[in-house]
Design a protein. Structure first.
Length: 460
């Protein structure tokens, strides 16, 4: 592999360039520059196709795939608590506030130990890449050193990532053993974190970026929230936080701030074009108008919402408003490392919202009409939608977009994804992938054209 030369990928590609359509590119050659950007997409009907293919074949960076294999864009996970990885699949029976105090804060406090943090973060990033998550937006913990380790590990393993040191200074809502030493100290550490991530050796192309991370309004003082808004603007940073997630949290903010999360966040300077608002389950019309006018995005976390939200995110209403929406796992509020599960839960949640749940009501009164999304919209949200939220050219195969992709093999060993040539169209295969693909089917993953799965898994 020559790193300065273009790379060539030849085979079948499927993606959702719009919310309403799958595009299948068969017998197609994609050229990727050393920068990771797609520079040409040429299909077999092009006049010069054979000569272009001939030239590509002579490159040491030429990849060709077998007939059971095809490429789809890598998934964009907009909301992950990296430090909650050891807790995946645990403690899901508790209400949010008890879960934080009794399980989550004690676990996160352990990341003062950088060796512990390194081991957890290595395992997490490797697992997410193996599940096809090429872009990841992470909450780390309050600890600067461990947060820097997470950023280094993403860079070493090649994942596109946004890594945030969690700011939380409120003495009532955060325990003594897990809280910023003071507002000033927290702000200073958040500012230093921006510099340390941007200055990492090997990060010239900003594959890993800092992100300003107030945990949520309840855990931060007003001074902290204003201060972080100022930092984000001074340093042109992305921002992430939780927004109107559960009844308790939503009401807490109404009581303290006299307004909803959305409006309060705007006042603190935390709603920008590059803000990622996790959940946003309780947003009303005026919240949506504000989010829309700021160009901020929502990380819809449908699996986590089943356990902690007390409600269902109004996805269709948000999409109809034109809000930027992508998907997140919310590890470990959501108990899956696979963004395919987030896509699946987004679909099933929207179907239940539409159908409603109370059989004593007449069908027409039971649910919220026209709420359902289909598998094409779900995949769009998990790829292009996430890219739009982050303001990055990722999520589809298009010239100028980064080549972030995974190779799906329907003939892989231990596959639950079964392809019947005489029954299944390409669109069927795409739908089956969304519903039935597992890690076993993901045979290779690229970020910016660079292979990021361990050699043992990669195809040739
Ligand atoms: N709100 C504040 N912290 C958290 C967290 O870690 N997970 C979730 N789901 N909600 C939160
Ligand atoms: Fe969360």
């Amino acid at each position: 592999m020559n790193n300065e030369e273009p790379r060539y990928f030849y085979g079948k590609f499927m993606h959702t360039p719009t919310r309403s359509a799958i595009e299948v590119l068969t017998d197609t050659l994609i050229e990727v520059a050393a920068s990771g950007a797609i520079t040409a997409i040429t299909d077999h009907r092009h006049a010069n196709f054979l000569s272009l293919l001939e030239r590509a074949r002579s490159s040491p960076n030429f990849h060709q795939f077998s007939t059971s294999q095809f490429l789809i864009p890598g998934l964009v996970d907009l909301h992950i608590h990296a430090s909650q990885w050891p807790q995946l699949g645990k403690a899901l029976h508790l209400p949010l506030q008890d879960w934080l105090m009794n399980c989550t804060f004690p676990l996160e406090a352990r990341f003062a130990d950088v060796d512990f943090a390194s081991a957890v973060y290595q395992s997490l990033v490797q697992t997410l890449l193996a599940n096809g998550t090429t872009s990841a937006v992470y909450f780390a913990t309050i600890h600067p050193q461990a947060t820097t380790r997470l950023a280094e590990i993403c860079l070493e393993q090649g994942q596109r990532a946004w890594v945030g040191r969690v700011a939380m200074d409120d003495a009532q809502q955060c325990p003594d053993y897990y809280r910023d030493a003071s507002t000033e100290a927290g702000l200073q550490q958040s500012e230093e974190q921006i510099h340390s991530i941007r200055a990492m050796t090997g990060n010239q192309s900003a594959r890993v970026q800092p992100i300003i991370t107030p945990r949520f309004i309840p855990s931060c003082s007003d001074e902290m929230l204003y201060g972080l808004g100022t930092l984000a603007s001074q340093h042109q940073c992305h921002i992430q936080t939780h927004c109107s997630e559960s009844d308790w949290e939503h009401q807490y903010v109404l009581d303290r701030c006299g307004q909803s999360d959305t409006h309060a966040l705007q006042e603190f300077g935390l709603l920008t074009r590059r803000s990622v608002l996790a959940h946003s389950n309780f947003i009303g019309q005026s919240d949506m108008d504000t989010i829309s006018s700021c160009g901020s995005g929502i990380a819809h976390c449908p699996l986590s919402n089943q356990y902690f939200a007390d409600s269902v995110f109004p996805l269709r209403a948000a999409l109809d408003k034109g809000l930027h929406v992508g998907l997140g796992t919310d590890i470990s509020g959501g108990p899956s490392a696979s963004m395919f599960d987030s896509c699946r839960a987004a679909i099933s949640g929207s179907r239940m919202l539409e159908a409603g749940t109370n059989p004593d009501l007449a069908a027409a009164q039971r649910g919220v009409a026209s709420s359902r999304i289909n598998f094409i919209e779900a995949f769009y949200l998990g790829t292009v939608g996430g890219g739009v939220v982050l303001d990055e050219a990722i999520g589809k195969f298009e010239v100028g977009y980064q080549f972030d992709a995974m190779l799906i093999d329907s003939a892989a060993r231990d596959s639950n994804l079964l392809y019947f040539a005489d029954l299944d169209t390409d669109e069927d295969l795409f739908q089956k992938t969304l519903y039935a693909a597992t890690r076993a089917n993901i045979r290779a993953v690229w970020v910016g054209g660079q292979a990021v799965l361990p050699e043992a898994n990669a195809c040739h």
